[in-house]
Ligand binder design. Structure first.
Ligand SMILES: [Zn+2]
Length: 353
């Protein structure tokens, strides 16, 4: 890697998404301009070439915004399988709910029919991907195509499923990329809700930093909630599954408070990334709505996130959940986790649309 060509910056935060078959995939939702991708179980550094204004990156300003153009899909046009349509339906359900934010590019690659993994399509995809990252600079493009671009193709050929959001943060405006690799590996109807999950991150990235548990927990909550609205799954069933995972955390000292920024936690905490950020996070997100004035899920969109934009996440949480401070919220949530499942599910029923 020619490090002189393209800066390497650690991701501000990384998110692990997973499907319900317990396969963990690595996802990105980062404020940095540097991405890690998991390929073949190993991380590699994916460069984002400093096209313009790379110095003095100001993450707060590098956020997405309301956007007129719908997501652009980069996919194999010869692929007439159901998978791209399912991804699009999930994303569109979330767009309908949150509004259109962006710009967003959706890459869909990899297929159970090997002939659809054509060289021609992969060339086009890599070309588009690298142009987003490196602009017209020929040398950087060459590097990108041989490096991160090629890794995407390898991942498609590997047959493993993966989906994640990454941000191209050094362009103006920044670009969100939703990458779906080998979508046939996702269990039906999970591909729909995965689209919702990833697009929820696009919405979240249109606001300043929020804690990891709110990012992943919120995305899981909306995947289940909008999944139910669209007839793909049941919110209470999904939440029951999440609660099972919450109880799999062996260290009783750990909770969502330890998952405010996954990139700053110790390996012992990161071990429970999924359980704390996604599973407990989804319940904390619901609990936060339950504590709010209107108990309305839509108020997260109408009240919570505008508060985040105005005052930052801590004050937004305090005002929205009507608590003295964030510690009071964490304490109340810890007590809630100790209540019986039946009572927990009853809490869910108090939530309004
Ligand atoms: Zn996620």
């Amino acid at each position: 890697m020619k490090q002189g060509e393209c800066r390497i910056i650690s991701p501000v935060f990384r998110n692990i998404n997973r499907n319900r078959t317990d396969r963990i995939s690595i996802a990105m939702n980062t404020q940095s301009i540097f991405l890690n991708l998991a390929v073949g179980g190993a991380f590699f550094a994916a460069i984002l070439c400093p096209v313009r204004g790379e110095e003095g990156l100001e993450p707060e300003k590098k956020i997405l915004s309301r956007h007129k153009t719908p997501p652009t899909y980069v996919r194999n046009e010869k692929d007439d399988s159901k998978w791209p349509g399912m991804i699009r339906e999930g994303i569109d359900a979330a767009r309908k709910y949150f509004g259109n934010y962006g710009p967003v590019y959706v890459y869909i690659l990899g297929h159970e029919d090997k002939t659809l993994n054509s060289e021609e399509f992969h060339r086009e995809l890599v070309e588009t991907y690298c142009r987003h990252h490196c602009g017209d600079d020929r040398e950087k493009l060459r590097y990108c195509k041989a490096g991160p671009g090629m890794e995407l193709v390898k991942k498609a050929h590997s047959g493993r499923g993966d989906a994640y959001l990454s941000m191209v943060g050094d362009t103006d405006p920044p670009i969100a990329e939703l990458v779906f690799i080998n979508p046939h590996k996702f269990r039906d109807p999970y591909l729909y809700t995965r689209g919702i999950h990833e697009y929820t991150h696009v919405y979240q990235r249109s606001f300043p930093f929020t804690p990891t548990w709110m990012v992943e927990g919120g995305a899981e909550f909306f995947a289940a909630y909008l999944g139910e609205k669209n007839g793909w799954e049941k919110l209470s069933d999904a939440m029951k599954e999440f609660m099972k995972n919450v109880h799999r955390v062996k260290d009783p000292e750990l909770d969502i408070e330890d998952m405010e920024d996954v990139d700053k936690v110790s390996p012992a905490v990161k071990k429970y990334y999924r359980h704390l950020a996604y599973d407990a996070g989804a319940w904390a997100f619901a609990f936060m709505i339950h504590k709010s004035k209107g108990r309305s899920i839509a108020d997260t969109r109408e009240v919570l996130y505008p508060l985040v934009a105005k005052h930052g996440w801590e004050r937004a949480l305090v005002e929205f959940a009507q608590v003295k401070d964030k510690r009071a919220f964490y304490k109340a949530f810890r007590a809630f986790l100790k209540t019986p499942l039946e009572a927990q599910l009853k809490m869910l029923e108090t939530l309004e649309d």
